[in-house]
Write a protein that binds this ligand. Sequence first.
Ligand code: MN
Ligand code: MN
Length: 314
Amino acid sequence: MKKNYMPTDALVSPRFCGIKTFMRTPYVTDLEDVDVAVIGVPFDTATTYRTGARFGPAAIRDMSTTVRPYNIDMEINSFEHINVVDCGDMDIIPGYIEDTYEIIERECAKILDAGAVPICLGGDHSITLGELRAAAKKHGPLAFVHFDSHTDTVSSYFGKDYCHGTPFFHAIKEGLIDPAHSIQVGMRGNLYEPNGFKDSEDLGIEVITAKEMHQIGIEETARRIVKRIGDKKTFLTFDIDFVDPAYAPGTGTIEIGGFSSHETMELINGVKDLNVVAFDLVEVAPMYDPTQITAFLAANIVHDFIAMVARKRK
Ligand code: MN
Ligand code: MN
């Protein structure tokens, strides 16, 4: 018989009770019959400025217990249609990124090989390269949607290849993503040189800056993302610093002039029919998040990712 996993019912057990898993889904490591596997990747020693995202997965799980299962924007209770579980955290190795990449790739491959969609909770943005290696091995070069205020396509920092500012340079060089179906959205902030987004454009990736987004609006932005991606198998990565620091202060590298939580949810809703095979949400750093609004927003975004899978698989 097919397994049927459900979150703990908050009308029976108060939401502050129990051990915290994502949205109170079962903690499961056997991936049979699993559709979505939420998994923590608490690696943050590849940041170029403020660390702290190692505590992101725990903070997101903590606030996720207050997210109710019926997703009003997506018009679905995902848990009635698909099996969603929490696999706990990967045993990453602090300070050792290349060894950690092997661990991330191996753990994501297990989820993908079981036919499930991984949703990784970071951790800093360096982790996405390990996830992409696993996803591309499974599915071939992927379409790529990236929400962030930074392009993360610098070739190296401090004379080293890997940090949270470089993953997508390497993803392109390794052939993991197809630049012709890749788009980066929300870029802003002061830069080291005038043409700071040119790195991405030179790699063939489309960039929609925050300034442009503010001009064209959310709906048109979503339309351009969908046009760029089409029905290709897609990797979606969300850096929480896409959101304005007024709404998401709890992150390492804030930039002014971003988007509200409402605009963020509207934008995700506008791309809800993309064929996403792997997601992540990165850079939540709870020590800069005194009222937990960043972690709460992150939990709601992940809830939307789950709904995107449920809409496809129901
Ligand atoms: Mn980033
Ligand atoms: Mn960023």
